[in-house]
Design a protein around this ligand. Structure first.
Ligand code: FES
Length: 104
């Protein structure tokens, strides 16, 4: 039987559930919730950045334009590229600074 984890979004005081093989953002959206901003759902836009404050998780490859190594050390990830391995707590992460390649 597939494992389901409880995901708590601190900023929104909202819960949703996510399977161990499911991406956080996809699970949230499938439950009709809008706790995390949704964009490309494929790791390309960076709008779904979150910071995981508690719990175990696994990530797929993430662009360094959106998540630096330092971000990753602080638990900042793209929610469309993350699968939970335990219950999680998270909050929305601030947008990255200083990586706009074509600043006007
Ligand atoms: S929704 Fe675009 S990077 Fe996650």
């Amino acid at each position: 039987m597939a494992t389901r984890y409880e995901i708590y979004v601190e900023d929104r005081e909202a819960y949703f559930h996510c399977g161990g093989e499911q991406r956080l953002l996809h699970a949230m959206q499938a439950q009709g919730l809008g706790s995390i901003p949704v964009g490309c759902k494929g790791g390309g836009c960076g709008i779904c950045r979150i910071q995981i404050t508690r719990g175990e998780y696994e990530t797929r490859k993430m662009s360094r334009n959106h998540v630096t190594e330092e971000d990753e050390r602080q638990g900042i990830v793209l929610s469309c590229r993350v699968m939970p391995k335990s219950d999680l707590r998270l909050r929305l992460a601030p947008k990255p600074k200083g990586n706009t390649e074509s600043a006007a």
